[in-house]
Every structure is written in C-alpha cells, then in structure tokens.
Design a protein around this ligand. Sequence first.
Ligand SMILES: N[C@@H](CCC(=O)N[C@@H](CS)C(=O)NCC(=O)O)C(=O)O
Length: 216
Amino acid sequence: MTDATETSSDLILFHWPQSRSTGVLTLLEALGADYTLKPIDLGAGAQRAPDFLAINPLGKVPTVLHGEAVITEQVAIFIYLADRYRNAGLAPALDDPLRGPYLRWMAYYGSCFEPALINRSLQREPAPASRSPYGDYDTMLNTLVAQLERGDYLLGDRCSAVDVLWGTALAWTTSFGLVPALPVIQAYIDRLQARPEAARTRKINERISAAQTQQN
Ligand SMILES: N[C@@H](CCC(=O)N[C@@H](CS)C(=O)NCC(=O)O)C(=O)O
C-alpha cells in the first residue's frame, strides 16, 4: 500500500473502515497490488464533498480510480481488479469452466443478496417473489448456504476473489444479525478471516480509525 501522501500508484481506493470498501481493501491486499488509499470519513460527511462527488456522484465507497478510469460498485470493482491482477490467481480465466460459476456468485451478491438485505434491514415488505430480483429471502439465503455446504469456497476447493467479497460481506451482515450465523456460514467467515490479507486489512483499518480518533 502507498500512503495517500505519496503518489507512486495510479490505483486509488477511496475507503472507510466498517464499510463496504473493506472488501475491496482486502482484495487489493490479497492481490499484492500497489495502491493508494484515500480515507473518506463517512461519519464526518466526506462522501458529500464536491471533490468526491465529482468522482462518484452517488457519494459511496468503495470507489476506485485507476488512471482516468472510475470504477464503482463492489461487484464491478472485484471483477475488474481480480482480472487486472490475474497473476495472483484469484480469477478463473475466461475459458476456465469455473468462470461462469465465479461470475454467477459475483452477480448474485449485487443483484440478489444486497436487495434482499436492504429489505430485511428496513423490515420492508418484499415484492411478490415473481417480481422480486431475488425471489424471497429464505430461498435466496438457502441457495447460498447450499453452495457453501459443497466445499470450503464458493467454487469448491479453490479460493477466489468472489470469496473475498462474500467473506467480508457475511462477516458484517452476521454481526448485525441480518444473516444468521449458521455453522457453515461462520466456518466460511472464519476461514476467510484467517487469511493473511484479512489480518493486514484489519491493521490498516485500525490505523485509519486511530488517526480519526486522534483528530476528534
Ligand atoms: N452500490 C454500492 C453501495 C456502496 C455503499 O452502500 N457504500 C456505503 C458504505 S457501506 C456508503 O458509501 N455510504 C455513504 C453514504 O451513502 O452516505 C456498491 O455496491 O459498492
């Protein structure tokens, strides 16, 4: 990682601890990428600063700048980075039979899990299953759980970028009680959290949080 005060990397992650950008930070660490981290203090409203809104008008992290390219939305960022740093071996190649399932679980996160989660957290009445992007919550979750029961990782015994995404997401969603910490889910979270990139990410997040506490 390059500190935000240095300028050696043209790959920039706008990030804040305890937010969805922690998954991307973990991925960058897993890929061994050279990147610059720019903290966006969500509590202080830095995501609404004009400079940041000019990059991502939604005012959301994770946001990635790679040279001139702006990449937003976790799933797009994960696919992009894992392919760009393909030598790290975290993305099945285009002609690999696991490429389809890999993309399936990437997309499942954004188009099924996230909308289901928001409905659940707001205790909102979901749309009828036939008009909902994820059917119903239980089927959405049971489908994921059934896949996790098939192996250590979503692609079986091969750990890939999609596990970094889900491992991080399930860690925070179970901690908020939005997803039940079933034994198979907890074992998966623990497996991902035990990896070195997760430990490095925790340290980076602690440093950012400590710096913020000092400022206040
Ligand atoms: N669709 C976005 C969602 C990102 C998102 O919701 N980020 C939250 C942090 S967890 C955020 O930046 N919230 C700040 C705000 O809206 O004020 C993605 O998938 O990356």
